[in-house]
Design a protein around this ligand. Sequence first.
Ligand code: PAF
Length: 339
Amino acid sequence: MRIVIVGPGALGCLFASLLFPVQQKASDGVWLLDHNQQRSELLNRQGIVYEIDGVQRQTMIPVLTLPSPLLTTGRPVDVILFCVKSTVLADCLQSCRHLLSPQTLVVFLQNGIGHLDMQERMQLDGSPVFASSSEGATLLAPGCVCHAGRGRSIFGFLDAQIKQPGLQLQLEKLLEALQMAGLEVALSTEIRTYLWAKLFINAGINPLTALYNRTNGQLLTSCAARGRMKNIIREAEAVARAGGIPIRIDPVQAALSVCKRTATNISSMLQDRRQQRLSEIDAINGVIVREGKRLGIATPANEEIVWQIKEMEGKYEQNVARITVGREAHEQHQGHDEN
Ligand code: PAF
């Protein structure tokens, strides 16, 4: 299989380092794509470093910047894994458009559910596969990933592709390769349910850690934060139920137990705040607000947190336009409440 991994972040480097050694046939290949030319040169010189239990292994995986003759000529790509944040996904899809054929599996590993129809909306070739991963990977430096906690990655098609045997076989082949690489993976016909289960946790934990500048565990010591977390998740749960998503475990309890298990974690949204980057708030709580509107479910706790995070992000200089849109939406909502 010819596999392209987009984004040399923690998960991208993890998948690339583990997949590369097991893809050794002449017809195989694993490439990492990076939009940043300078960084890709560095990664090609130093290799990708994978660390587990204090032991490091270096792998010379080819890191490419598009357009690259290696990928634009010859056979199409069989699998492309998008290991990038939801904030840059549309741009990445656009720049990889020419790598996709109708047979390409396009694997999405983003948080949230805002990307479920993105490929269709952008009219791109390829068959979308969605994945939810709980692998604990941390980027220590460019191209250096620490596999801090072993998790599980679940993959699945949404409805339309399930009955196409060729695609199913291709996905099984990818999962076999990931298994041979040492990862715990599973195929599910209920991927939407898994994505929502992760969304509840991200929606309840991430924005509050960012807003209050606290670790996951520190959220539990504040009554106010715990109360808000519960309200945010209960609203998300009501939206999911209205949309016909089965809920098998109590999402509030699940989020509280993630906070305990990952007490010292700096959530991804808190990392974004500390580095003054745009967060995934739109793909996480924003999408709950949007789905709530579509299904007639009120989501005031989510609207409030979206607004507060956007207000915070608006203070980073480059985001003035974004904050204006957020404020208008909030003011409209306040108007509704007062009427
Ligand atoms: O996004 C994250 O940071 C994590 O998925 C989690 C566990 C929700 C918070 O650290």
